[in-house]
Design a protein around this ligand. Structure first.
Ligand code: DGJ
Length: 338
């Protein structure tokens, strides 16, 4: 009689440990499904990361349900209904807890920027120490990509909910793929692909990060770069980007500048090894400095699955600067931060 409960206990222990095993992510595995702490695939594409009070917050596009091609489009304009922006939190960059929808899309008003029929992409969140607000900027567009604007939303908490404030064309310019860079002095800059994606712009944001100043500079003129991701290393600024080939991958490149509003010089592909010419079948979205480490950065990219966008994957790779401060991104089948 006593063996039955013991057997049940044993089975329960085995089942519990199997569940933990299924959910645990022992290392970063680029290109594989990345489960959150509940075992569900992380849904945070074109994302960016905020580090706040010992915690990393990952914000990204929610891509769910079926993918369809915009009728009449002359290019591979595949879309899902805009699902809004998700938020995940983590202490170790490996185990991510789903915090919910940080910015919801709009189901009824088809004229709204956040309507499910629109494009809501590449969210980036920074914290404003002076106002105590979390500020999210993102690319807002119409299905044909002619709206070309930047949207802004605000929250009192990192996980949201964020309140949408509206969208702009910075200083009257078209604005598509984008990132936000917050410098050590607290100033924040909006990098955006402009002028029909031919030329990148950098614009300094106002002190509250909610609008654009007139300090707006054209860089990488006529070089057709998008998917910007910016990092500062050894007092120099690095801007990683992709070419403009829709959802299909291409070779990354990077540009450098000694002053953010100064001269930017374009360099070659920082990726090395097999599949470097397609950025390992992925496209840049963010470069994350690992807290407490001198020379460890994570190059975050999206491996888009254009005909099934929900199945797009994340390619996170170590980005290392060499003795000449040149960046290198190398493929790893799997790796850990240490
Ligand atoms: C490339 C951009 O980088 C993506 O964010 C997305 O807008 C696709 N184009 C759409 O084709």
């Amino acid at each position: 009689m006593r063996t039955v409960p013991v057997l049940w206990m044993l089975l329960l222990v085995i089942a519990a440990s199997m569940k933990t095993y299924a959910q645990a992510q022992p290392s970063i595995i680029p290109g594989e499904i990345w489960p959150d702490t509940e075992g569900k695939p992380i849904n945070a594409h074109g994302g960016g990361i905020l580090y706040y009070k010992d915690t990393y917050y990952w914000y990204g596009e929610i891509k769910k349900d079926s993918t369809w091609r915009v009728p009449g489009s002359t290019w591979e304009n595949y879309r899902v209904n805009a699902g809004g922006i998700s938020c995940y939190s983590s202490k170790d960059l490996l185990h991510w807890k789903y915090e919910g929808v940080a910015l919801a899309s709009e189901k009824t008003d088809s004229t709204a920027d956040l309507h499910i029929s629109k494009v809501i992409e590449r969210p980036k969140v920074i914290y404003n120490r002076k106002t105590g607000k979390f500020v999210m900027w993102m690319h807002i567009d119409s299905q044909d990509y002619l709206y070309a604007r930047s949207g802004v939303a605000v929250s009192d908490k990192p996980e949201g909910p964020f309140q949408y404030m509206g969208s702009v064309r910075p200083n009257g310019n078209m604005a598509r793929d984008m990132t936000i860079f917050q410098d050590d002095d607290g100033k924040a800059y909006h990098f955006y692909s402009s002028e029909e994606n031919q030329t990148m712009h950098i614009c300094e944001l106002t002190a509250d990060y909610l609008s654009h100043t007139s300090n707006d500079r054209r860089i990488l003129i006529q070089q057709a770069r998008e998917a910007p991701a910016v990092v500062k290393y050894n007092k120099r600024f690095y801007l990683f980007s992709s070419g403009c080939t829709g959802w299909s991958p291409n070779a990354a490149s990077y540009a450098t500048a000694d002053s953010i509003m100064g001269e930017w010089t374009q360099h070659q592909n920082p990726c090395q090894g097999k599949d470097a010419d397609s950025t390992f079948h992925a496209q840049s979205t963010f470069v994350l400095p690992v807290q407490g480490q001198q020379n460890i950065f994570i190059f975050m990219a999206d491996r888009w699955n254009k005909t099934d966008l929900e199945s797009s994957r994340y390619v996170w790779l170590p980005l290392i600067f060499d003795a000449e401060s040149m960046p290198h991104i190398l493929w790893k089948d799997q790796w850990t931060i240490e």
